[in-house]
Design a protein around this ligand. Sequence first.
Ligand code: GSH
Length: 358
Amino acid sequence: MTWTLYGDWNSGATIVEILLNEAAAPFAFRQISIARDQQLDAAFGAINPMRRLPALVVPGGMLVTESLACVLVLAEHVPDARLLPPPATPGRATVLRWMAFLAGELYGAVGRFDYPERYTTDPGGTTAVRDSAVAETRRLWSLLDGNLGPGPYVLGERFSALDAQILVMSRWTNGPAEWVDEHCPRIAEVVRTTAARPSAAAIWTRNYEPVRPARADEAASVAALVEAAYAPWVPVVGQRPGPMDDDYAGRIARGEVFVVAEASDVLAGLVVIEEKAGALWLDNVATAPAYAGKGLGRRLIRFAEAEARHRGYGAIRLYTHQRMERNVALYRALGYAETGRSVEAGFPRVFMEKRLAG
Ligand SMILES: N[C@@H](CCC(=O)N[C@@H](CS)C(=O)NCC(=O)O)C(=O)O
């Protein structure tokens, strides 16, 4: 009785992911990386000819695409989860109305922002397409915000699938979600309340919780997370990897450690960056075992790259243990090129670098 969800972390599939959790429905997540354009591959085209995420396979094999249809079909299959209000009620009409609005109108504007070249034949026209998409998304969120009754959810005290859709889609409003949070108080309230639900809390942490500097009182938690994350590597590389014995109190004091934490302050992941020898080094990325393999590590790597750009570096560098072949392959897939190999401080290291576009 397992569902299969094709999606990426922080995509339309995330709405379905939250609702599958809400229904306690077992599912397999098949990652299709948008950053690597895997949705455009022929293999995924055979699943969704539109080559877009999400796609959902119902237990038994029936395939659904289009985010709105995925949500409706899921809600029909798990009636006990009460993802939608009963048919022919005002609540049902409200939820259907705004779910169609977001899937039809807002998704289109997001697509125009993400892929402006698809919406103009003028090679110089992409900025104008993007600018108008930003204005349109803001108009749509403001319109929805102004039409919502008292909270905390859209339907007051009752959660519905629409709340999950708002949580996810409001996070990708063409750049920072801060605009929505600042200008749309009811949407922000729905997001806050929905993010705290058990179905969404971990998804919220790994996809949307801001990366922040580690606090001085978190040195022990940082060390414990690194210990847990790197422990599986000890038998592979035959020694304790360097990060397991680092001085995190010192690194935190120097402003080199950034974390993503749950609402309870339990750490989900961290990245250590260091400026040395005229370069920004990505020193260490670690995720807590419960968060491994779900996109948080990549988000932390993107954070480090953005930080390098922000500090004026044209490239970011790193080294990893030569026996951590899986990491070397991952960094290669993310655009890092090998620049050399040597043994340093008893560690056989692979050095890599990624050039950063302005
Ligand atoms: N109408 C579709 C839109 C889906 C969509 O645009 N999905 C995005 C991910 S959130 C996507 O696949 N983008 C990649 C692309 O367009 O190439 C739906 O509601 O499911």
